[in-house]
Design a protein around this ligand. Structure first.
Ligand code: ADP
Length: 542
């Protein structure tokens, strides 16, 4: 028997309409590219988004068209999320840190109709323009006074487009499975693949995030998304924040430790979201300042494993760490590392061990681990296997890519994450490694994350990565690549002794190499691919 309830389509613009009515005064603060701070709120943004929608329609953007953005975290980028999706078009966020080749591929593959670009990135487009669609519409995300001198053809001005329209516009009706956003995974091998989010999946994800991360996501709470709007929808914050009435403080291009510290202090930020590398810079600044920003109470860390030493440092200053795991194909949140009341009362060491795990699944995400033959493994905290996921905010395939789509799901319809994991009997997930980063030494697996965690707890290690290098006898051995602290004595034996305290002898890297910097991917993670290439011949010549 069918239920007798209405069936209203879920659309992302209903989130902003709701925020304008219920949380209209919640602030959206942006560090601007032009200089200075810009302040607005959800009520004003809702109006401007309707003006933007009318402007987009006048430019000829139609339902289903892809409209690209190449921009930092700021209010105009946020407006584009809703202005584009609201008319039934698709907001295609592009990561400006991608290689020229990848960017050209993405814009052409997505067949973008228009591209909205921050002033910072105009030179990038200028250099690529011959390789982009000839009829691409370019819009600079600034006002008339800041329009640059450029060779970009027919460059339009964002503020002029918006200001030419009024806010008298009703969002059109369309089915909830209409696409609203597109994000390509950076693709360490092969071409990037597009995750195409729908209105329904995005609204559901915002609700899931809202109920799972309530300390951040509540009315008036001030959140700093360091995680970029150009990568996996800034972990869903542009939707979950207005839905719950939380305020957004956008950092623009200022992502170094001192700038992030100052912004958090000035804007009374409670919760900051981002990948571990960003927090290394903030922690260094907190040390230099002799204390944390005054309202800072929570940090959400994901994208790659948060080192236990980082978790310890934050918790030691009363900043609660929530370690989260997910991926582009999952919108992205899969698990969150909040402790329950019993766990929270455990001795500090045990609490930190739990916080170093990736947490429990959020509602709407099912997890399974399987062996090499696809057989399910028990959730006993011992068995480890490839992690598969299923849910309404998880891709069922890739945009316009039959080949990648074919391999995405298993026979039961689960998505293979490419991560290797264990799951405890109480649901705690531990990511052992990305399958391609695991090290197989003499037939035994070594988790690069485990070795990195130990190395990061050494006081003379500022940052590090562990990769597999070929070895004639053991097939592969771990190589530890260390960015030392300025005061480091670079004592390899002392470092190996430290690692031996918690690792089996055969897991301890025989070789350590000291470097000034680690290569980074476009999404702010250590690029192990680059490191592996650098040390591919198993020597330290790189
Ligand atoms: P890309 O690597 O292309 O930027 P994603 O941002 O989607 O793509 O990365 C998802 C991957 O990042 C996951 O499959 C996992 O390997 C890793 N990851 C994300 N969060 C965590 C975490 N908390 N701990 C360990 N690994 C993580």
């Amino acid at each position: 028997m069918q239920g007798l309830m209405m069936n209203r389509p879920m659309r992302v613009n209903d989130i902003l309409t709701f925020a304008a009515e219920v949380h209209g005064d919640s602030e959206v603060v942006s560090v601007t590219v032009e200089g200075g701070i810009h302040r607005t709120n959800y009520r004003a943004i809702d109006g401007r988004t309707r003006q933007l929608a009318k402007a987009l329609l006048k430019l000829g953007v139609k339902e289903g068209d892809r409209v690209a953005t190449l921009a930092w975290n700021g209010y105009r980028h946020f407006e584009l999320y809703y202005g584009i999706a609201g008319i039934g078009a698709v907001c295609h966020t592009i990561n400006p840190r991608l290689s020229a080749e990848q960017m050209i591929y993405i814009v052409n593959h997505a067949e973008d109709k228009a591209i909205f670009v921050d002033l910072t990135f105009i030179p990038i487009l200028n250099a690529l323009k011959e390789h982009l669609p000839a009829d691409l519409i370019y819009v600079a995300m600034t006002d008339r006074a800041h329009m640059p001198e450029t060779d970009l053809p027919n460059l339009l001005c964002y503020e002029e487009l918006v200001e030419a329209e009024d806010a008298d516009y009703d969002w059109p009706d369309f089915p909830e499975d209409t696409a609203c956003a597109l994000c390509y995974t950076s693709g360490t091998t092969g071409n990037p693949k597009g995750a195409l989010y729908s209105h329904r999946s995005t609204v559901l994800h915002a609700l899931m995030a809202g109920v799972s991360l309530q300390t951040s996501l509540s009315p008036g709470q001030r959140i700093l998304p360091v995680v970029p709007l150009f990568h996996v929808n800034a972990w869903g914050l542009p939707y979950a924040a207005p839905l719950t009435g939380a305020s957004l403080v956008f950092p623009g291009a200022a992502l170094d430790g001192p700038s992030v510290f100052k912004l958090m202090q000035d804007e009374e930020v409670f919760s900051a979201w981002g990948v571990p590398t960003v927090w290394l810079g903030l922690l260094a600044e907190i040390k230099a300042q002799g204390g944390k920003p005054s309202a800072f109470g929570e940090v959400i860390i994901g994208g790659s494993a948060a080192p236990r030493s980082m978790i310890e440092a934050f918790e030691g200053m009363d900043v609660s760490v929530c370690h989260a795991w997910g991926m582009t194909e999952m919108s992205p949140i899969g698990t969150v590392g909040l402790l329950n009341k019993t766990q929270d009362k455990l001795p500090q060491d045990e609490r930190l061990d739990l916080k170093a795990k990736q947490g429990r699944r959020v509602f709407g995400v099912d997890l399974k681990i399987v062996d090499e033959d696809g057989n399910r493994l028990p959730h006993d905290g011992e068995a480890q296997g490839e992690l598969f996921v299923r849910g309404n905010a998880i891709v069922s395939g890739y945009y316009n890519n039959e080949e990648a789509t074919k391999g995405a799901l298993d026979a039961e319809g689960w998505f293979g994450t490419g991560d290797v994991a264990k799951i405890d009997s109480d649901g705690m997930l531990t990511i052992t490694d990305r399958a391609k980063d695991l090290i197989k030494s003499g037939g035994e697996w070594i988790s690069s994350i485990d070795v990195e965690n130990m190395a990061m707890s050494h006081p003379e290690v500022a940052n590090c990565a562990v990769i597999a290098v070929p070895h004639p006898k053991w097939d592969e051995r771990p190589l530890l690549v260390v960015v030392p602290t300025p005061e480091s004595s670079k004592d390899v034996a002392a470092l190996q002794n430290h690692l031996s305290e918690n690792l089996a002898k055969w897991q301890v890297p025989d070789e350590v190499v000291f470097v000034e910097d680690l290569p980074m991917t476009a999404t702010g993670k250590v690029s192990k691919l680059t490191l592996r290439q650098r040390y591919a011949d198993g020597t330290l010549a790189g």
